[in-house]
Design a binder for this molecule. Structure first.
Ligand code: SIN
Length: 295
C-alpha cells in the first residue's frame, strides 16, 4: 500500500513509500501511474538508484527519447541527460541552466513528451527548485470567448525560447551545435490540446517553443501567445518543487509548463533527466480515460 500526500491543494503528490532500487510490482506501478496522471507532478522521495534502475523505471512510463544535446548523455545510458553546473578539470560535466524559462519538454517535436523524470543527485545550498504551472486549471479559468477563439488555433513551434533568443543569456534555450540544430523541425500543436491519456483539455506550450500561430500575422500571434502565457504562469497555478538528495520527480508535459530556477553557478547542482514520448497513436488520436484515480 503506497500512501501519497499532496504537494499543493491544486496539484502534485509525493510519497516516501517507494524504493526504485527494488523490483516494483505491476500493482504498485499502476498505483504510481494513476497518481501521476491524476496529480500531474509525482515525487518519489529519497531514492538511491543506479542509472540502470532509473532508466528501467522511466521506460515503464513511456518510450524514452534521448535529448538532442548528446554531449551530456550519461555514459551508461544515452537516454539519461546529465543536468549539472559542476565542472571537472575545467570542463562541464552536464548541461547548465537547462530550461530556465516556462516551457514544455519536446513541444518542438511532432511527437512530444508525455513525461519527464529527474533524479536529484546533488542539491545546492540555496535554491535549485523547479517551478510547475498547471495548464488544465489555466485553460479551465479562461473566459468562454477566449476558449472559443483559441479552439481552432495551431501554434507554430520550433526549438527555442520565444522570449529570449540571445544565446549568451542564461534564460535562453540551451544552445545547439549546427548539426543538432539541423535535426530540429518546425511543427504545429493545438493551443488548446486534449490530454492524450486523460482527455482533459489544457493550454499547451504557450510559453517556450511557440513562436507563431498558423494563419495569423506574427505580431498578433505573439501578442495572443504572450497574453496566454501571462495568464497561464500566474502564481495561483504554480507549484515550487524543492529537492532533497535522491528525490525522483515525474511530471506530465501535456498538463504543465515548468521552469528551472537560476542559482549561483558555483553552488553545485546535479540531476539526471529522462524524457519519455507520447506514443504515435496517442499524439494522433487522443483517447479519453475517466480519471478515477484515488490519492
Ligand atoms: C528542465 O527543464 O528539464 C530542467 C528543470 C530543472 O533543472 O529544474
Amino acid at each position: 500500500m503506497i500512501t501519497f500526500s499532496p504537494l499543493t491543494p491544486l496539484f502534485g503528490i509525493e510519497t516516501a513509500d517507494v524504493d526504485l532500487s527494488q523490483p516494483l510490482s505491476d500493482t504498485d506501478f499502476k498505483a504510481i501511474e494513476q497518481a501521476f496522471y491524476a496529480h500531474q507532478v509525482l515525487a518519489l522521495r529519497g531514492q538511491r538508484i543506479t542509472a540502470a534502475q532509473f532508466a528501467a523505471f522511466a521506460r515503464r512510463i513511456g518510450p524514452p527519447q534521448p535529448h538532442v544535446i548528446d554531449q551530456f548523455h550519461h555514459p551508461e545510458d544515452a537516454d539519461i541527460l546529465i543536468l549539472s553546473n559542476v565542472k571537472k578539470d575545467g570542463q562541464p560535466t552536464g548541461l547548465q541552466d537547462a530550461g530556465s524559462y516556462f516551457h514544455t519538454d519536446y513541444s518542438y517535436l511532432a511527437q512530444p513528451a508525455r513525461a519527464t523524470t529527474l533524479y536529484s543527485r546533488v542539491v545546492p545550498k540555496v535554491g535549485g527548485d523547479t517551478l510547475f504551472a498547471n495548464q488544465i486549471a489555466a485553460y479551465e479559468d479562461l473566459p468562454e470567448a477566449m476558449k472559443r477563439r483559441i479552439e481552432p488555433l495551431l501554434a507554430i513551434h520550433h526549438y527555442g525560447n520565444r522570449n529570449d533568443v540571445n544565446q549568451a543569456s542564461r534564460t535562453a534555450a540551451s544552445v545547439l551545435s549546427a548539426e543538432q540544430e539541423a535535426k530540429m523541425p518546425v511543427i504545429t500543436h493545438r493551443i488548446a490540446r486534449a490530454h492524450p491519456v486523460t482527455g482533459r483539455k489544457a493550454l499547451y506550450a504557450v510559453s517556450g517553443s511557440s513562436f507563431g500561430i498558423v494563419g495569423m500575422p506574427d505580431d498578433e500571434a505573439r501578442d495572443l501567445l504572450d497574453e496566454l502565457a501571462a495568464h497561464a504562469t500566474q502564481a495561483k497555478y504554480q507549484l515550487r518543487f524543492k529537492y532533497g538528495v535522491g528525490d525522483v520527480v515525474v511530471w506530465d508535459n501535456a498538463a504543465l509548463l515548468h521552469s528551472a530556477t537560476l542559482i549561483d553557478p558555483d553552488d553545485a547542482r546535479t540531476l539526471w533527466r529522462i524524457t519519455m514520448l507520447e506514443t504515435a497513436s496517442e499524439a494522433a488520436a487522443p483517447s479519453v480515460l475517466a480519471p478515477t484515480f484515488a490519492s
